[in-house]
Design a binder for this molecule. Sequence first.
Ligand code: KG4
Ligand code: ZN
Length: 334
Amino acid sequence: MRLLAIETSCDETAAAVMHGPQLLANTIATQEIHQLYGGVVPELASRAHVQRLVPVVQHTLAQARLAPADLDAIAVTYGPGLIGSLLVGVSFAKALALQLGVPLLGVNHMEGHLFSTNIKPAGPEPPFLSLIVSGGHTILTYVRDWGQYEILGQTQDDAAGEAFDKVAKILGLGYPGGPVVEKLAASGNPAAIQFPQARLKNTGARLAFSFSGLKTAVLYYARKLPAAELEKQKADIAASFQLALINALVERVALAQTQFPVRAVALAGGVACNKTLRQAFAPFCAGRDLQLHFPEPIFCTDNAAMIARAAQFHLANGKRSLLTLAPDPGLALA
Ligand code: KG4
Ligand code: ZN
């Protein structure tokens, strides 16, 4: 089956073509305009999707050496995400499926991230624990089987990537914050400043995450420093913040692992690009005889290959969407 997948849930306009296990083409057009504002501006994101989606799909089909008529199915992210952004992808996918007379499948963006470690062969097989850390989400999931997910913990406030982005703003770095904070942190001392770990209120979600306290601690620390001193300490602040955040992630996964019998841990989402994060999980997993999986960076951040991979699973099981499919901005994973 030759499958075209489309992803427009946030600020990446993306398309991919898969043929069986082979990824024939994968295009991601990042919307640079948001850098001017230090974050994603929803209205601008949807307008950019309208302009870019057709060329992105044309480029992807050309790379795959396919014509639209060669396609056997169309998959599209229908939530969660920004409503205006989702509308562009969903409307386009429906029109194309209608015109070609092929099946349409709406895919959950977060399930796409779960499949992102399995775009290439040798990914984790269920049951495994998946930690999705992105700009919009921090979700720890027990993948009992493909299609059977139990959410063990989510963030109660800021997502991990959001914390990176906000700390980058506090330190006067660019957007997105993750890569710049990571780069700066490499020349800093992670033990220089003891930023507090979140003290979570009892909400019933024992593995919940919280990063807004950490971000605020960085803000207060930075604010009280004279400008010259802040400049001097920037790398130490970045490294200490990054370590505190990573420790919180490892700690929650460690807790989950005592309760769920898994052989593997998977990291996904934009923050999973972070090398220090990957390195922090390596000794943890080795010490517990757990396989550690993470996608290559191009599949960590939002992409359509992961949507194609998730769609393949569901299409093979006979799932189809109606041409009345509507975006669901608040779509839950389980
Ligand atoms: O998965 P993603 O592309 O989009 C969402 O679905 O949110 O993730 C983007 C997030 C941003 O917050 C960005 O700062 C963060 O991932 N990120 C990183 C790194 N690369 C991207 N965070 C930490 N370290 C990185 N190297
Ligand atoms: Zn995402």
